[in-house]
Ligand binder design. Sequence first.
Ligand SMILES: Nc1ncnc2c1ncn2[C@@H]1O[C@H](COP(=O)(O)OP(=O)(O)OP(=O)(O)O)[C@@H](O)[C@H]1O
Length: 508
Amino acid sequence: MRIDVLFADRVGIAQEVLAAVARRSLNVTAVEVDPPHIYIEAPALDQAGLRDLRAQLGRIAGMRSVEVVDFLPGARRRLYLEALMASQPDPVLAVDAGGVVVVANSAAVSASGMAEENLRGTSVQALFGDPGLLAALVDCGFQLPVREIELEGEPYMLETVPLHDPDGRVAGAFLTLHAPSRMGERLSALRNYEPGSFETIVGHSAEIEQLKQRAARMALVDAPLLITGETGTGKELLAHACHAGSRRAAEPFFALNCAALPENLAESELFGYSPGAFTGALRGGKPGLLELAEGGTVFLDEVGELSPYLQAKLLRFLNDGSFRRVGGDRELKANVRIVSATHRDLEAMVAAGDFRQDLLFRLNVLQLHMPPLRERPGDILPLAELFLERACAQTARGPMRLSAAARAALLDNPWVGNVRELQNVIFRAVTMSERKVINAGELELARAAGPAAQDGREVASLDEAVAEFEKSLLQRLYKDFPSSRRLARRLGTSHSAIATRLRRYGIG
Ligand SMILES: Nc1ncnc2c1ncn2[C@@H]1O[C@H](COP(=O)(O)OP(=O)(O)OP(=O)(O)O)[C@@H](O)[C@H]1O
């Protein structure tokens, strides 16, 4: 059993409480003192023992209450941190001041091919096979300029952020290994939040021009907007442009990917939590995005993935603008425009009982559809040029260009992963190419488009073969389990692992 002992904060009281617990010879496995609370974990403590302990502690002056809790705050924080680390698709490692790995997320474990317990304790020099790496990190205060690095033969972009101890001394660093194929995505995702509006949406096809005109009109109408379209088509970019083109432009814009977080984290991110909502919660509680975005816009990406409970809570907010923080009893109001996006067919989800019809009515007061890239081939080359320029700048290469054959190959590709796939293909070509001109062969289109394994050709690597298998398995099962939550349950894995893969393979 775990208990929270609450007392008036006076000198010596914590010692008295602990002494009283010690007198009962309870087998205590963890104690966390955070005045005016002491949290105690005592596995053998039962209801009868708790009654006695309460009576005994009640005799201490200043004692307020003894309550059962489900987690000690530290354990709760660890759980949340682990969930956060695990939700990062790129390998992330924390190293100490001697360059030794202290914490690694599951992506780092699989990228290194080492068991987690072996990875912990390994030095960065050994891990990356680079004897000069620690000295380079130390020389620059653990803040290296982004550089290429290899792990298990795979290239990554290494980003380092120094960690400081309470006295401000460098105590190590947080290392993120960005796969080159995802780096372009991340960079331009950051660009999304520059104060740009519809000009940031590149493309002059009739489809995109028309869309931009409609969107500019809708941006000015202060009603919920639903953006539909396949994954990677630019829905988030459009959502941000609609915010930037609205009367709320000077106020905040926050985005939440509803598929990326488990229900309880998504709830506290969006609605916040109140003081004492759960052990480990910040003392003063925490405002959610709805409060932080007051006057502005909240973008709910992958809104089709919201759990039934959160669908109901969001519906209530859309009905009357009011909500409660997690664990809160006060009604709060927020003036926020909800822009949502989905690659799913929400009507079909309503018919299947997976999405609330009343919520759909509320979300799609206004609706925009982002067409897939293959339906607007006129945008392929302008986008390719944009991504080429960005990738060259990011990798500090001089200008590069696409050969005529490369352009033809780009126009010929089916682009199942849409603009994001195009961006990744270009970024990969730039990082891998030694020359100034990118040829068709360097675009790795066959691999990007997928079916290398299906047409009988040899696969190039184990990773590729596994990815092919994973993709076709998910495609097959998705028909019977058409949501990342259900599919995760069917395959006995986490929701975020499945959501990441569905996105990666453009399924759904
Ligand atoms: N027309 C465009 N001009 C410039 N960049 C674009 C354009 N369309 C998409 N992108 C870029 O492509 C990437 C994918 O776009 P975005 O994240 O907006 O897609 P999405 O439809 O929201 O994807 P998902 O459904 O997977 O969340 C982003 O990095 C975005 O900046």
